[in-house]
Design a protein around this ligand. Sequence first.
Ligand SMILES: C[S@@+](CC[C@H](N)C(=O)[O-])C[C@H]1O[C@@H](n2cnc3c(N)ncnc32)[C@H](O)[C@@H]1O
Length: 267
Amino acid sequence: MRLDNHGAQFGAPVLWHRSLPRVRFGSRNQSRVSDVSWDTDTLPEGDTKSAMVRAMFDAIAPRYDMVNRIMTFRLDVRWRKRAVRELRLPRGSTVLDLASGTGDLCVDLAKAGHKPLSMDLSFGMLSADRSGSPRAQSDILQLPVANGAVDGAMCGFALRNLVDLDVFFRELARVVRPGGRISLLDVGIPHRRVIRFGNDIYFGKVVPRIGALLSDGAAYRYLPRSVSYLPPRDKLVQMLRDAGFSDATHEQLSGGITQMMTGTRNP
Ligand SMILES: C[S@@+](CC[C@H](N)C(=O)[O-])C[C@H]1O[C@@H](n2cnc3c(N)ncnc32)[C@H](O)[C@@H]1O
């Protein structure tokens, strides 16, 4: 498989993508962050967002998995397995895990008999990956992958972190072969009012406290708010269809606290 589009390669466990700017980041102590901070009331855009997202995930990487399991009551494990099943690809398929974080989807993909390749912007998250899959540090808006080179692609809980969703969906359509599949997960906004009310309280008040206790309060204040970056579901589906997945569908999981989109690359 040729992975030559933007100069990155797989093979070594983690590789530096030369086009990425270096970002200074702090540990859990926010006061040591000199030029990038995520302790803000406004949601950043463009390059500021990208730099902030990367620095924030670098900082929370060591405890990311533990906090995730606690705050979702392990539902995240179930959502990922479901998303892998919805790929409906034959065993042995090559599947990208984009914005792979610590590689949870790679583990499920390998268990399903696929060949996962993982890419993420955050060196900290890639370093915390224990999946053993080939990894590359890369901005998933500029994939270092040749046209039509993979059978499928997944992205778990990262759409809202991207600077431009249209660009990402077009990249998916470029690298997935005709007839290949995508399966995408992200947090959602439940449609039923009662569930939405409970969800708002839990993610608005409880999750930031769990985050502050175990990891980084500012990050876990930012993450629930970042759902507002996402367009409504009809718009998301239309964007995927326009990009080249004309059968794209949307499904709410667990009452809508998570959303899943799947699609087949047009012939
Ligand atoms: C909430 S985590 C999700 C990690 C993993 N997919 C999961 O299911 O747990 C979001 C991830 O998106 C990554 N990310 C955000 N923007 C990115 C970009 N433009 N390119 C690559 N990775 C990105 C972050 O570094 C972080 O690891």
